[in-house]
Design a protein around this ligand. Sequence first.
Ligand SMILES: CC(C)(COP(=O)(O)OP(=O)(O)OC[C@H]1O[C@@H](n2cnc3c(N)ncnc32)[C@H](O)[C@@H]1OP(=O)(O)O)[C@@H](O)C(=O)NCCC(=O)NCCS
Length: 216
Amino acid sequence: MTTASPLPLLIVFGAGGHGRVVVDAALASACFRTVVASDRDPSLWGQQLLPGVPIVSPAALHALPKPLALHVAIGNNLVRQKETQALRNIAPLVSVIHPRASVAQSSCIAPGCLLAAHCVVGPLANLEEGVIVNHGAVVDHDCRIGAWSHIAPLAALGGAVRVGSASLVGAGSVVLRDLTIGAGVTLGAGGVALTDVPAGQSWAGVPARPLERASA
Ligand SMILES: CC(C)(COP(=O)(O)OP(=O)(O)OC[C@H]1O[C@@H](n2cnc3c(N)ncnc32)[C@H](O)[C@@H]1OP(=O)(O)O)[C@@H](O)C(=O)NCCC(=O)NCCS
């Protein structure tokens, strides 16, 4: 008779508002035996991120009882990437998926992603490492989302949209099907992309245009 291995203790690194969203989803998922938060900011240590979820110093993480799992919960895309590289020796990086996220069986979710409540990830969608699909966002069929990108609350990507790495698709924005959003792009909240957005640019508005012309 084999003994089932215990569920991992989840370290949520990043004790801000996004950390609270991740902890809430992790607790609801029942995939972890307990959840502990951590942060670089010493003023937070000893407090709780949510009731029953203590914030401990990064130095204390190695002493936590194994098995461990790690999720870096930092909203800033580049900081999330940097902290993940710095911390990945502590524990295996895991995705956190809220039980009320709708995730197609044929989708592919790399480690380190957050799928928040009421988001939708459609069939054959592919999410690379560290992607955030926030509350109520839709990543439709065949989309490919590059590592460290953030699809903000209520954003909607039509089918087969490609998003490069470390981009922010802002809250409530829309990207029409088959378009490409380059790497390092910001699409402002409420923007509607009707064309491809080149890498490194900030666009906003309806229809979305480069930001210096967004309000023109
Ligand atoms: C697009 C965005 C990045 C611009 O931020 P910023 O560089 O600080 O720009 P500013 O606030 O200085 O605004 C610059 C101009 O763009 C306009 N603008 C800013 N955001 C806009 C938006 N979302 N849609 C249309 N116009 C916008 C401003 O009105 C301003 O116009 P003006 O020069 O005529 O006054 C930001 O407003 C935004 O939408 N971020 C996304 C936030 C989000 O969804 N976060 C997810 C949280 S979970």
